[in-house]
Design a protein around this ligand. Structure first.
Ligand code: TMP
Length: 211
C-alpha cells in the first residue's frame, strides 16, 4: 500500500494553526481521503503527559537539553504509535508541529546546535518526514496579541518577545533553505484569505496524488 502524505503545520504562537488544520481536514474529507490529525508535543496518552510537563510552569527549571529530549521522547511515541501506522495504512496525516518546531524553538529560540536537532530527528524518525510543511507566518506582536485572550501563558508562551523573534527568523530561514518542503503562508491577513490559500495548497497536493 502506498504511504499516505504527511503534512505538518508550523508557526509561532497565535498564527492560527488550529483553524487552518480544520480547513485541511475538510478538503481531504471532501475528497474522500482518510485523514488523521495529531499534535506535538502530544498525540498519544504518554506523549500528552510529556506535553503537560513541558507546558506547566512548575517550580523546577527545565534545562534546554531536557526540553529538547522531552520533545523528542514525545515525538518518538507519536511517530511509532500513531503517525507511522497511519501513513502505512495509506492515511494522510496532519501534524500540528513536528521536528521543525524543535529546530525553530530549541535551536533558533534557545540556541542549541542545529546539528544536534538534525541528528536526533534522523535517529528518532529516520525517513518519516513531512512531505509538506505549511509555515503560517505572522509578526510576533500580532501572534502574541492573538493568544493574550487565551488565559495565563504557559511556560514557553511566557518567553520574551526576542525569543519568538528568533523562532520566527529560524522558521523563515528553514523555509528559504528547503523550498521543496516548505510553503510559507502570510497569516497576517483575514482568516478567510489565509484559509483560501491553504485550501488551494491542499487541493494541489490532492490532485498531485490522484491514483
Ligand atoms: P502549541 O502546539 O499549543 O503551540 O504548544 C506547543 C508549544 O511547544 C509551543 O510553545 C511550541 C513548543 N514546541 C517546542 O518548543 N519544540 C517542539 O519540538 C514542539 C513540537 C513544540
Amino acid at each position: 500500500m502506498k504511504r499516505g502524505q504527511f503534512i505538518s503545520v508550523e508557526g509561532i504562537e497565535g498564527v492560527g494553526k488550529s483553524s487552518n488544520i480544520e480547513v485541511l481536514v475538510k478538503h481531504l474529507e471532501d475528497a474522500e481521503i482518510e485523514v488523521l490529525t495529531t499534535r506535538e508535543p502530544g498525540g498519544t496518552p504518554v506523549a500528552e503527559d510529556i506535553r503537560k510537563l513541558l507546558k506547566d510552569r512548575g517550580d523546577e527549571p527545565i534545562p534546554e537539553i531536557a526540553e529538547l529530549l522531552m520533545m523528542f521522547a514525545a515525538r518518538s511515541l507519536n511517530v511509532c504509535n500513531v503517525i507511522l501506522p497511519a501513513l502505512e495504512a495509506g492515511k494522510w496525516v496532519i501534524c500540528d508541529r513536528f521536528s521543525d518546531s524543535s529546530r525553530a524553538y530549541q535551536s533558533g529560540g534557545r540556541g542549541l546546535p542545529m546539528q544536534t536537532i538534525d541528528s536526533l530527528a534522523g535517529w528518532v524518525h529516520g525517513d518519516v518526514n513531512p512531505d509538506l510543511v505549511i509555515l503560517l507566518d505572522t509578526p510576533v506582536d500580532i501572534g502574541m496579541a492573538r493568544i493574550s485572550s487565551r488565559g495565563a501563558p504557559d511556560r514557553i508562551e511566557s518567553e520574551k518577545h526576542e525569543f519568538f523573534e528568533r523562532v520566527r527568523e529560524c522558521y523563515l530561514d528553514l523555509a528559504i533553505r528547503e523550498p521543496e518542503r516548505f510553503v510559507v503562508i502570510d497569516a497576517n491577513r483575514s482568516l478567510h484569505e489565509v484559509q483560501d490559500d491553504v485550501g488551494l495548497l491542499i487541493q494541489q497536493l490532492i490532485s498531485d496524488n490522484l491514483p
